[in-house]
Structure formats: structure tokens, C-alpha cells
Design a protein around this ligand. Structure first.
Ligand SMILES: [Zn+2]
Length: 143
């Protein structure tokens, strides 16, 4: 359940921000989260509100915005998305298919492994970057 630790980090940093800016309350906060995190937004929202209770952050409206993940090849410049990467990895990881059809997403918990196994779909290079959709940040605060 990384939603709780992410929400905790967000609440802490917002409280620090409010203290440093001298804000008594926040009307709305927008969080942008990377697709690769596969955030459960219901759990995150609940965690955020529970952790905000009794703090100056209580009552703030939470807006969650998903940012799609994109990879870019440093050799040929090709770009591809999370779905393509996931399909490539799934082919490498057939062993991870459960008989029930339930499959953990290998990209989700093994980003380093993804780096080792993924290749540019166009030129085959392993020299690529995940250019967005990889982290979670406070993208907007309305006080
Ligand atoms: Zn390439």
C-alpha cells in the first residue's frame, strides 16, 4: 500500500509549505501522479484526508491528475508509452502469468529490472529514459 506513504509525504510537504508561506488553509491542491506508480486514487484520497485531519490542511479539496508515462530512446529518438513497455515486458516475463490470469505488473515493482529488460522498439537500444509519468508531485495549490 504505497498510497499511504505517498499521501503522508504529500501532507508533510504541504504542511511545511503552508507554514513557510504563513497560510492558514488551502482551498484546493492538485497532485499529478505518474502512470508508472499505478496509484489507487481512492486509497490515496482517503489517506490524504485522514492524514490531514486536525491539521491546517483539513478541508482542502484534492484533485488528482494522472500523467501518462513516456519512454524516449537516446539513440534514435523513438518514443513509446507505458502500455507498449508493459507488453514488451510481459513477453519477457511469461513465467509471471498466474493460472488465474492475474498478473503483477513487473514495471510497477521492478523499475531497475525494466531498465535491464526493455529495449527501444524501433532500434533495439537499451539507452533510453523514462521522460515523464514516473513520480508524484504537488502541481498546483489554491490558497
Ligand atoms: Zn531507438
Amino acid at each position: 500500500m504505497h498510497e499511504w506513504s505517498l499521501a503522508d509525504a504529500v501532507v508533510r510537504s504541504l504542511l511545511r509549505f503552508m507554514a513557510s508561506e504563513g497560510l492558514d488553509s488551502i482551498e484546493e491542491v492538485e497532485i499529478t501522479w505518474g502512470e508508472i506508480l499505478e496509484l489507487d486514487t481512492d486509497i490515496f484520497e482517503r489517506a490524504f484526508h485522514e492524514l490531514s485531519r486536525g491539521t491546517p490542511l483539513e478541508g482542502a479539496k484534492l484533485v488528482l491528475r494522472e500523467e501518462k508515462a513516456h519512454f524516449r530512446c537516446n539513440s534514435c529518438g523513438a518514443e513509446w508509452d507505458f502500455k507498449t513497455a508493459d507488453e514488451m515486458l510481459s513477453r519477457e516475463f511469461e513465467i509471471m502469468e498466474e493460472p488465474t490470469g492475474v498478473r503483477e505488473n513487473p514495471l510497477h515493482f521492478l523499475p531497475d529490472l525494466a531498465r535491464t529488460l526493455l529495449r527501444c522498439p524501433r532500434c533495439g537500444s537499451r539507452d533510453f529514459d523514462l521522460i515523464d509519468g514516473k513520480d508524484l508531485r504537488v502541481s498546483r495549490v489554491v490558497a
